[in-house]
Ligand binder design. Sequence first.
Ligand SMILES: Cc1cc2nc3c(=O)[nH]c(=O)nc-3n(C[C@H](O)[C@H](O)[C@H](O)COP(=O)(O)O)c2cc1C
Length: 169
Amino acid sequence: MNVMESLGGYLKKTYDVMADMGLLLGSVGGDGRVNLMTIGWGLIGIVWFKPIFLVAVRKTRYTHKLMEETGVFTVNVPSEDMRRACEVCGTLSGRDVDKFEKTGLTWRPGDHVKAPVVDGCPIVYECRVVYKDDVELPRLTREIVESAYPTGNIHTLYYGEILKVHASP
Ligand SMILES: Cc1cc2nc3c(=O)[nH]c(=O)nc-3n(C[C@H](O)[C@H](O)[C@H](O)COP(=O)(O)O)c2cc1C
């Protein structure tokens, strides 16, 4: 089965975990340094005849710097025992600490991208950025500007083509 055909089967689990503890966004820099960051926002869908995972990364994140360098990422759906790791990856920055060392999580490179595939995750998406756009505040409804961007720290929206889904039964 190709990615497009199998995508629907992973949606519910992915959205449920995203709304609960978050997902782990894996990135890699030009020098090969890898990082993990927790994300609570994201979309999976079909655009340009391609399966797409959209993630929103604020410009201040270390992850943003790495994604700008290499244009690839992974989205790792954590297992229940990774709850504490999600808190760590959502509060500390890869600028200051090696989050793999800190959490004890282990990884291997993806089959199609060098970004990290976290061992033990029930679902992992490997993605290559095909389009990106910075949120333009004048185009956004005032209520969201005020709630999400009080200091103007905007997101870049990265549209990643899903090249592979790893799923354990
Ligand atoms: C549950 C949760 C969801 C989060 N979702 C996002 C998100 O979607 N986008 C984002 O830019 N930051 C999000 N964050 C914040 C980053 O995970 C956090 O700032 C992290 O320390 C950035 O790491 P980095 O500097 O190593 O990239 C979230 C944090 C938590 C705890």
